[in-house]
Design a protein around this ligand. Structure first.
Ligand code: ADP
Length: 249
């Protein structure tokens, strides 16, 4: 399969393929934080995230969420539908952490009364600022698309919160992205992984996500691998290539 690099992001390389309307996302070992001011790289991070994200997308598809996921093609690469992305990062929060704890003056770990949805304008140069519906209208995004984003964020949260809870992980918050296919259908895109979620161990509160890097805590790959293990997708990293993503029912 001939692959032509279309875009290199901070965490993935996106390739065109011979198949019409199909992309390959190749997950990198690199990580960035604080709008790419902080950088690092870890062996195995790419394939762990690709496999975790594939498993979560397959689970969401099986639970009625339309996504861009087609299949995992190798341990670090995923085939997806090619979409026109909305310039939006949808953040859903169940527990106060990071910027929300600062914004509301809450202690980190405070359980929210109900999930909070935040919409951010996806623009690296601006640092992905949180903006409101008026700003998005100014930027040319329709109310229908904004409503879809908020509803999708809440639906994904409703499905994934118990999914992780049953596996001993608290879903603190997460970020998703949305895109539109050639037929005009909006769907879930990008990735869902320890890079894009806050995961806390349900019993100990230990962080199993990118905050380990943001806060110089160490043990990043071990934490990401633990998330994969809790999802039942890899007992040993060596198994990933042959096993591929397993659909967890
Ligand atoms: P970033 O540098 O923005 O963090 P990544 O390294 O994650 O990005 O690269 C992935 C890029 O591909 C992002 O810009 C994301 O919006 C985009 N993308 C994700 N899913 C799709 C898709 N199905 N079709 C087209 N673009 C996508």
């Amino acid at each position: 399969m001939a692959e032509q690099l279309l875009y290199e992001g901070k965490a993935k390389k996106v390739f065109a393929t011979d198949e019409e309307g199909v992309l390959v996302h190749r997950y990198k070992d690199a990580a960035t934080a604080f709008n790419a001011q902080k950088r690092g790289s870890w062996k195995d991070k790419g394939r762990t995230n690709a496999t975790v994200s594939s498993t979560i997308f397959a689970y969401l598809e099986a639970h009625g969420v339309l996504t861009h996921f087609v299949e995992q093609v190798d341990e670090a690469a995923i085939k997806t539908r090619k979409l026109e992305m909305l310039p939006i990062e949808v953040v859903v929060r169940n527990i106060a952490a990071g910027s929300l704890a600062k914004r509301l003056g809450y202690e980190e770990g405070t359980k929210l009364k109900a999930p909070i949805v935040e919409l951010c304008y996806k623009d690296d140069d601006l640092g992905d600022p949180m903006v409101n519906w008026y700003h998005f209208r100014e930027l040319g995004v329709s109310d229908e698309d904004l409503e879809f984003c908020e509803e999708l964020g809440l639906k994904v949260n409703e499905i994934l919160t118990p999914f992780f809870d049953e596996r001993g992980v608290t879903l603190v918050d997460f970020k998703i992205e949305v895109g539109r296919d050639d037929d005009g259908r909006l769907m879930l895109a990008d990735e869902i992984s320890p890079d894009t979620c806050r995961f806390w161990d349900k019993e100990t509160g230990e962080k199993l996500d990118k905050d380990r890097f943001r806060r110089d805590m160490g043990g990043l790959v071990e934490a990401y691998t633990e998330v994969a293990r809790r999802l039942g997708i890899m007992n040993e990293m060596e198994n990933v290539a042959t096993k591929g993503p397993k659909l967890v029912q």
